[in-house]
Design a protein around this ligand. Structure first.
Ligand code: B1M
Length: 209
């Protein structure tokens, strides 16, 4: 099955083939969601399992990530739809010390697709940069991503820094080690389990403002 081939191409670190197969799947009319969930994200989950088991190491994890990101870029126009007036402004980034950007980028793309204006600050973003960007762009929402247990404190520190403003933006958090309980403990306004969850949450928070 073609989705399995995409999955295998990521686990084979063959970025060119991943791109080729994703294009072919789109042309064949396969749903974007299926390509994303059953091939791209599923493959990265397996990479994580194999890394934990000591089968794969950091260089392989990186090569798999590059293949996944290539596929994601091809899906980007299909995740995005333009609207005249943005649903809100979101500043998003991965917190300080953390280099993982695939989940954060996916959340950003899906927010764009839902009509939000997204300012993506990238990876390893210190609290001050989140604060400066939120002010400069008059953000409605700041989205923080963390993939490491060791960078969860940086997420907490960023929330604390953003909260020092009186009328600050709403803050949403997400990433594999984060959960609702943690979000509440650090004073975030919400937790997005995945990209669609983050979009639903952002919509709710903007509507409540
Ligand atoms: Co890293 N890594 N990594 N890694 N890596 C993990 C996270 C890990 C779980 C692997 C493992 O051990 N099984 C583990 C963390 C363990 C822990 O802390 N509990 C780990 C480790 C240990 C490390 C290093 C420390 C390894 C080392 O150097 N010894 C190192 C740290 C570097 C650093 O950041 N300082 C490291 C490095 C890397 C690479 C650079 C090689 C590469 C990242 C490349 C890149 O991003 N450009 C990498 C990768 C690829 C992974 C795994 C395999 C895949 C992550 C991914 O992209 N998933 C990962 C294992 C895993 O997660 N299965 C792993 C796909 C992506 C779509 O999912 O990011 O979870 P995810 O995003 C989801 C949700 O979490 C959520 O929505 C997304 C879509 O559904 N979400 C949000 C994310 N952000 C959100 C924000 C929101 C809302 C929802 O609102 C704002």
């Amino acid at each position: 099955m073609a989705l399995d081939d995409i999955y295998d191409s990521i686990l084979g670190f063959d970025a060119e083939r991943t791109a080729e197969l994703v294009r072919a799947e789109l042309a064949a009319g396969t749903e974007v969601r299926a390509i994303l969930d059953e091939a791209l994200i599923a493959a990265m989950d397996e990479v994580g399992v194999q890394f934990s088991e000591g089968v794969l190491f950091v260089p392989e994890m990186l090569m798999a990530a590059m293949a996944m990101k290539g596929g994601l870029e091809i899906l980007r126009p299909h995740l995005s739809a333009s609207e005249a007036k943005p649903a809100g402004v979101v500043v998003i980034g991965t917190v300080k010390g953390d280099m993982h950007d695939i989940g954060k980028s996916l959340v950003g793309m899906m927010l764009e697709g839902s009509g939000f204006q997204v300012i993506d600050l990238g990876i390893d973003v210190p609290a001050e940069r989140f604060l400066a960007a939120a002010e400069a762009h008059q953000a409605d929402i700041v989205g923080l991503s963390a993939l490491l247990t060791t960078t969860m404190p940086a997420m907490q520190a960023t929330v604390t820094r953003l909260r020092e403003r009186n009328a600050g933006p709403r803050i949403i958090v997400g990433g594999a080690p984060v959960n609702q309980d943690f979000a509440e403990r650090i004073g975030a306004d919400g937790y997005g389990e995945d990209a669609p969850g983050a979009v639903a949450l952002a919509r709710r928070l903007v509507a409540d403002r």
